[in-house]
Every structure is written in structure tokens, then in C-alpha cells.
Design a protein around this ligand. Structure first.
Ligand SMILES: Cc1cc2nc3c(=O)[nH]c(=O)nc-3n(C[C@H](O)[C@H](O)[C@H](O)COP(=O)(O)OP(=O)(O)OC[C@H]3O[C@@H](n4cnc5c(N)ncnc54)[C@H](O)[C@@H]3O)c2cc1C
Length: 627
């Protein structure tokens, strides 16, 4: 049977073509069923790159995604793809990129992932170009590279401030041209196992609510992040932590979940657009941060760790934009965790802007033609959403939940999780970025590790050909009963109310600055929400029913939020995207530890300490040589 690019299918019996009744679907006899070697869950950069790699390795591959193809979160990426191509600065190379990434992550990164990422990113960017991506060029025709925080050299390959769109367009066209099957607007709710090995995946079509089952030995999770657990976020509706939760329920582990990146610059006004991202490129291209007194306050927040490489006067900082040879960068381009904390402090000290942010000013520093050419989306975003002309006046901005460093614990080389047949890549995977991600390092991460996960999932499928795992009718029936449970619940809880309450808890108690008492309180409150969620009831039927979709997503958001809060309470230090008011500095003891989360019976989150893999001497020397 040929599945579906255009996706209205579903609801039809695969053999007879007859429309299935709800009862038939729930009874488990009329399921739409498909068989593949590799099923990739997610069609962002990581999922598409994984699917292309799996297909190239000879695996029958499907992509399943809960939104339309081309609509994944990756499309929103603005600034660029970090890769040490050396096009703008010949001195750039993988060793410098590796070192920047590790320092940005405060040395908590999985060093092997950071190494592979830095080594392979340039090749992956060139490959995108070969497949049709049109990057901005330097004067001599090479791929242009822009500055971003924490990167020693300008190294982000970009297409204006619409890089994600070009990346998705290119990968999507390639995947479609290769004939990879795509199931879009289809949500996966469960991964099946047979004797500890992945045997399939279960989901539903969002339009009809009908169930669908994939028989497969390899599942690649590429589902992105968790931002919808917070009130103020740059993330889209899709970021409900599905892949994180699927991994936990399948028996895999999560690491680094306490590290959530609050991007320093999200819109703050009007309320309807609060949280929408203002790209770091604005600062990379000369924008500066000021408080209500007009002070360029970032000079007051340069941490000891970055003093040697950060300009400490306005003159020196401004000279850097024209002559970057001195390498002392403006403090606005410190890593995101540093800038977000500084903004937060200014706002709390009553030096904020009228709507609770601070000012980001590029208007007084660059002419209108430059701004419109380099930052066209930002220009339109502010003009249309906030009636602000960024070529003439400053923007009001404030921190917004943007990215989760934590995710599925994977083998660096293969993307394999602890569960045989289960792989993860992209934002849903943990380890690569340590405690804080540098801007631009996500898009390159998607390409490098998407490819690796896809390839290895395909190799595994091939190895398992003689002994394919199977799922049972009982597993399918149980998954469908769980999925429709909210329709028959007696309770009166509304999914939107629970989501609202969860976002409030996470924003208030597990936000940028954290405290022991508040984190402990958040855990009590999240567990109370989990209890309330048992009484969730939804009305209507399964045909396009957003309330039902949210009810299913909520279970994921709740367990992932619990993981974040639990790990944040445990880690008694401040590092990267985890700032503790009661433990303000980094602590070497915690700097050697990962916190690993698993799920025990009865939906209990368990946490263990795990020593970090030791950095080999030859990589350690890179830090000594370049201090
Ligand atoms: C506004 C913005 C700008 C950014 N700019 C940059 C930048 O310039 N450079 C950079 O490096 N990073 C940037 N980032 C971060 C980067 O875009 C993301 O980290 C990255 O795109 C994540 O890609 P992904 O492939 O992991 O997930 P996504 O692109 O989010 O794809 C996830 C996919 O999983 C699917 N999915 C989720 N759950 C399910 C389920 N249960 N069943 C089926 N499908 C499911 C979704 O439908 C989607 O197709 C930016 C982020 C934002 C929000």
C-alpha cells in the first residue's frame, strides 16, 4: 500500500479501503497498519536528516509528524547554522568550535558529541548547499558566516534571518524527491517493545482521530523540545515534550533536564506576542542592550570566566564590529545564560522598560537599509505585531523560554538510547550542549546527529532482519484504550485549565532564577496536577478535537516538567541554564556529574547521579593552549 504524502488518508481499512468505525478502531481489528524498517518521529531538521540517512542506507523509512510537513519548529530558526568553515576567519577550525561549545556549556557537555559536532558540521552545511540551499555569500562568493554569542569567530552560515526556512525547504524537497513516505498531522502516543526491543509505534490521525500502527524495529525520536510547559516561550504548540516522555515510558533515560535555556531577547509587548523570539543576530549585527536609564548595562555583568575575551569599554566593544582581530567581543554577545540573567536583574532592580523588559537598540547604531537587508523578518515582525519600526526606535525585549539542553541520553556516535531500537536526535536528545547551548549550534546538531541516528537506526534494522520483534494485539488495544480514556472520564478537569496551571507553576517556580523552597513547592504542585489530570474529561468526538489532543499532550508535559523540577532541585549549584539563588556559583563537585532521570512503575520519576565521561588529554590540551 502506498502511504501518503498528501495525508487525508486514514480511517480507511488498508485492505478493503472501507472507512473504519470508531468501534472497529478501538476494538483493534481495523487498525491502519504499516510496516517499515525505520520510523522517524518528527519532520524538523533532525527528523528529515535522519530519514534521508536511513533511506540512503537502504532502509524502508517513514516520517511521522504531528503538524504539516514543512511546519516543524526548525522553520522558525532565524540566525544560522554554526560550522567552523573558516570562510570569514581563516583561523577558525573544529578545535576552536569544540572549545567554544564546551565552554558555552560550562564543560558539562558530552565531549564526544561536541567533538563530532564541531568536526562534521562544515561537511553537513556544504551538503545542504549541494542539495539546493542558497546561503548568503561573502564578497568572494563563499558561504557568509555571521557572529553569534559565545562563538570566537563569525561562523553561522545563514540566509538573512530565515535560515530555518531554507534548511527545512532543502531537506524536505530532498526527502520527498527520494520518495520517503510521510505521515503528517499524525501524532505518535506510544512506542511498543517486545522483550526489551522496539517493535512498533502507535498514534492517531489528528484530523479524523483514527488510530494507526507502525510495525518497525527502529524508531528515531526527533520531536524537538518542551517549551510549552512555560508561560512565556518562543516555542510553538508542538513543543509538549512528547519525545522526552515517549523515551521515558519506553525505558530510556533523560539527562541534563535541569538546564532550560531562556533566550535573553523575546518580545514583551503587546501581550499576545509575548515570548516570540528576537534573534540574536540583532546583537551580532550591532544591537545593544540598554536599561530605562539609557545605560548599556552588560558591561556590569561580565563574569570572571569570560573577562579575558570580552571588551570592557564601549569604545573597545564598538571597534570590534569593524575590526574583529582583537577578539574582545562586546558583552552583549556573551553566552545566552549570562545575558538573560543580566536582563532579569535589571528588570528586578526597576530599571526595565515600560512593559517589563529592557531596550534592544539597533536603530541608533545601523542605518535603515542595513537593518532591513540583514534583519528583514525582525523588521516585519515588530512592524506588524507591535507597530514598532526597529529602524527608528528601540525594541522592548525580555527573556523567553527557548530551548531545552536536556533530553534523551544517547550514545554519541550512534544516537542509540538505552532501549534497543530506540534512537534520538535534535533537541529531544541530551548531552551535546551541556548546561547551555550556543546560538547556531542547534541547527548544526540536527544535521550532524540526525544523520548519525538515521544511519544507525537503519543498520540496526538490517541487523535485526532475521529476528524482527513483534507487538501484540493486547498492546495495541491498551494503547487505544489509553488514548480514548479522556472521552469516558467521569471527572470535570479541563485540559486547558491544567495546562494553564502547569505553565504558571513552571514560570513562577522553575524559571530563570530558582530556589530550593520554590522548586520543592513546584514538585508538590506538579504532582497535584498529575492527580487532577486523572480526572481530565473532553467533550465531542475524535474528529479534529484540539481539547483531546491537548489532554494527550498534557501527560507528556507533566512528566517532563516533573523531571525538570526534580533535577533542578537536586543540582545545588548555578551553571549555564540553571541558576540557583541559594547556590549562586558553579561547584566543581557538580561539574563532574550528570543527573539521569528514568521512570519507575506508577509513573514515578527516579533520579541518579552519573559521573561525566572524562575528557581525553588531547582535547583537554585545547583548553590549556587557548586560554
Ligand atoms: C524562533 C526560534 C529561532 C531559532 N533560531 C535558531 C538558529 O538561528 N540557530 C539554531 O541553531 N537554532 C535556532 N533555534 C533552535 C532550533 O530551531 C531548534 O532547536 C531546532 O529547530 C529543533 O529541531 P528538531 O528537528 O529537533 O525539532 P523540530 O524542528 O521542532 O521538529 C519536531 C518535529 O516533531 C514532530 N512531533 C513532535 N511530537 C510528535 C509526536 N508525538 N508525534 C509525531 N510527531 C511529533 C513535530 O510535528 C515536528 O515535525 C531557534 C528556535 C526558535 C524557537
Amino acid at each position: 500500500m502506498s502511504p501518503p504524502m498528501s495525508q487525508t488518508p486514514s480511517g480507511r481499512h488498508p485492505m478493503t479501503g472501507n472507512l473504519m468505525t470508531d468501534e472497529a478502531a478501538v476494538e483493534g481489528h481495523g487498525f491502519e497498519e504499516h510496516e517499515y524498517d525505520v520510523v522517524v518521529v518528527g519532520a524538523g531538521g533532525a527528523g528529515l536528516r535522519a530519514a534521508i540517512a536511513a533511506n540512503d542506507a537502504g532502509a524502508r523509512t517513514a516520517i511521522v509528524c504531528k503538524s504539516l510537513l514543512g511546519k516543524a519548529h526548525t522553520v522558525m530558526a532565524e540566525g544560522g547554522i554554526a560550522a567552523a568553515m573558516g570562510n570569514v576567519y581563516a583561523d577558525d577550525n573544529w578545535q576552536v568550535h569544540f572549545r567554544d561549545t564546551m565552554r558555552g556549556g560550562k564543560m558539562l557537555n558530552n565531549w564526544r558529541m561536541a567533538q563530532l559536532h564541531a568536526q562534521e558540521a562544515p561537511e553537513r552545511v556544504l551538503e545542504l548547499e549541494e542539495w539546493g540551499a542558497l546561503f548568503d555569500r561573502t564578497g568572494d562568493g563563499l558561504i557568509s558566516q555571521r557572529d553569534f554569542g559565545g562563538h570566537r569567530f563569525a561562523r553561522l552560515a545563514h540566509v538573512g534571518d530565515r535560515t530555518g526556512l531554507e534548511m527545512i525547504r532543502t531537506l524536505q524537497q530532498r526527502a520527498v524527491a527520494l520518495g520517503i513516505d510521510v505521515f503528517m498531522e499524525c501524532t505518535i502516543t506510544e512506542v511498543f517493545k517486545d522483550s526489551g526491543r522496539v517493535s512498533g509505534a502507535f498514534g492517531y490521525w489528528r484530523d479524523t482521530g483514527r488510530f494507526i500502527v507502525f510495525k518497525t524495529p527502529s524508531v528515531v525520536l526527533a520531536t524537538g523540545g518542551i517549551g510549552k510547559s512555560y508561560q512565556i516561550t518562543s516555542n510553538s504548540w508542538e513543543y509538549t515534550g512528547d519525545g522526552h516522555a515517549l523515551a521515558l515510558r519506553t525505558g530510556a533515560s533523560l539527562i541534563n533536564m535541569e538546564f532550560v535555556q531562556f533566550h535573553p531577547t523575546g518580545m514583551v509587548w503587546p501581550p499576545s506576542v509575548r515570548g516570540i523570539l528576537v534573534t540574536e543576530s540583532v546583537r551580532g549585527d550591532g544591537g545593544v542592550l540598554r536599561n530605562s536609564e539609557g545605560n548599556r548595562f552588560m558591561f556590569d555583568y561580565i563574569p570572571e570566566y569570560f573577562k579575558a575575551e570580552t571588551a570592557d569599554t564601549e569604545d573597545e566593544a564598538d571597534r570590534w564590529y569593524d575590526d574583529k582581530t582583537n577578539n574582545r567581543r562586546p558583552p552583549e554577545l556573551l553566552p545566552r545564560d549570562e545575558v538573560a540573567r543580566a536582563i532579569n536583574t535589571e528588570i528586578k532592580a526597576d530599571r526595565g522598560s515600560p512593559h517589563g523588559g529592557v531596550f534592544l537598540d539597533i536603530a541608533s547604531r545601523r542605518d535603515a537599509e542595513f537593518i532591513q537587508r540583514r534583519l528583514p523578518s525582525m523588521y516585519h515582525q515588530f512592524k506588524e505585531l507591535a507597530d514598532v519600526d526597529i529602524t527608528a526606535e528601540p525594541m522592548e525585549i525580555g527573556p523567553t523560554c527557548h530551548y531545552v539542553m536536556g533530553g534523551v541520553e544517547v550514545d554519541a556516535d550512534t544516537g542509540a538510547s538505552r532501549v534497543e531500537g530506540l534512537y534520538a536526535a535534535g533537541e529531544v536528545a541530551g548531552g551535546m550542549h551541556g548546561s547551555n547551548r550556543l546560538g547556531g549550534n542547534s541547527l548544526s546538531d540536527l544535521l550532524v546527529f540526525g544523520r548519525r541516528a538515521g544511519l544507525n537506526a537503519a543498520y540496526y534494522a538490517e541487523r535485526s532482519r532475521a529476528r524482527r520483534p513483534k507487538f501484540t494485539d493486547a498492546q495495541v488495544k491498551a494503547a487505544s484504550v489509553d488514548a480514548v480514556a479522556p472521552f469516558s472520564a467521569e471527572g470535570e478537569e479541563n485540559p486547558y485549565t491544567i495546562q494553564h496551571d502547569l505553565q504558571d507553576i513552571m514560570q513562577r517556580l522553575v524559571g530563570i532564577i530558582r530556589k530550593s523552597e520554590e522548586l520543592a513547592e513546584s514538585l508538590v504542585e506538579i504532582r497535584a496536577l498529575k492527580e487532577r489530570a486523572k480526572n481530565l474529561a473532553v467533550e465531542g468526538n475524535r474528529q479534529y478535537n484540539p481539547g483531546w489532543h491537548l489532554a494527550l499532550d498534557l501527560a507528556n508535559m507533566l512528566v517532563v516538567s516533573e523531571c525538570i523540577a526534580k533535577a533542578a532541585l537536586e543540582r545545588q549549584e548555578s551553571r549555564g541554564g540553571h541558576t540557583r539563588d541559594d547556590f549562586p556559583g558553579p561547584d566543581p563537585m557538580w561539574g563532574g556529574l550528570n543527573l539521569v532521570l528514568t521512570l519507575a512503575g506508577d509513573d514515578q520519576v527516579e533520579l541518579k547521579h552519573q559521573p561525566l565521561p572524562v575528557l581525553p588529554d588531547e582535547l583537554q590540551r585545547l583548553f590549556e593552549a587557548q586560554q
